[in-house]
Design a protein around this ligand. Sequence first.
Ligand SMILES: *Cc1c(COP(=O)(O)O)cnc(C)c1O
Length: 406
Amino acid sequence: MKSRRNFLRNSTFGIIGAGLSSFKAFENEAEDIKPILNKASNPWLEISKKAYLSNVESIYKFSGNTPVLAVLKNNAYGIGDIQVATILDESPFLSGIALVKDTRCLALRKHGVKKPILLMGDFDLGLGSELVANNITLSAFSHESCRKIKELASKTQHRVSVELYFDTGLGRMGMPYQNNLDWVADLASIPNVKIEGLFSTLTTPTDFAKEQMERFNGLISKLNEKGIKPNRQHMAPSLSLMELPQSHFNAVRPGILVHGSYPLGGMDFKDKMPLQPTYRLKAPVIRIEKLKKGDTIGFSRFYKVEKDEWIATLPVGWADGYYSGAENGAKVLLNNKLFKVVNVNASHCNLSIGNEKLVDVGDVATLIGPDHEEITPEGFSRAASGHNYLQIQYKESLPKSVVNDF
Ligand SMILES: *Cc1c(COP(=O)(O)O)cnc(C)c1O
């Protein structure tokens, strides 16, 4: 047993090292694979309940009091789907959560999330009974998915909730809008299948998005003629809901806005739809050394020290999901000052501190957060020449801590 634990420690949490003795690392076997919050030697995400709740309210109001269906796919864009869903479960402005993996829908339910959950992706028939027992709404997005839904419905006593997923032009998922609608009538005729909604996804060029909305409205009329009147209709991801008020239907379906960033850099919506960054990425200084003129940092000798300067090391890098482009000009907040990131490797990054030793080992840096314009997700993306969806890369292994407010 001991050797297995040691193996896990060394492989997964190699950098914890000697610090382990000071706290209880693993309560039981299941804990072995959970990220551990050890602020002395590891990076972590600090997640604000208040910011999430306030963003959802802001999106709801901006959209003319339209309920929000929050897209928490990809581990809630890297922030932690269980943590974020648990927070949003309390929001009166949220009508549900949308995901793309069947197993994550079940994981949220296991952690007590109560809001309606829509699976916008495929499902494993082997998980079918568990999905419907947990009241997960499935998507009918292809003939094959309809076949599976019918098979599931024939085997379960539960009600099978379904939303009709149409492709109106994104060309990626959904039943092509031109198809005849016999497949819908077929599903609707099954006694324990309940068609709860229909949805599609808008593209970004507004002219084409308008065309897509016409196609969608056409579908609604045709379904109505057949006596099928799904309650919920939704099309709009973040950018569309901001640009096209007609796209709101009776639910909006944002991802990135929920996490506090606008989809594109430089969008002036601060008054119309104020959002707050919802998290901080933090890491302690684990080394501070004065490097000499001519010294270099990194495998590729990326940074050259022009004159003697103090260099701090943080135990976070691109393997944790910190964007490596940060070394092209991003800054980090540490002891109330901004310092330049001068090197990003897989598990470490370095900061130029200057000719005075202004920081110590153990001081905690905020790499991303609401505390300064240059380190907000948007400010960071600008400095690092990235896009606003960068946090999506954060690894599940980053420990998380949920706080009420920043
Ligand atoms: C990702 C996704 C969204 C949310 O996109 P954002 O640009 O983050 O708002 C909405 N709908 C579907 C189908 C998606 O896949």
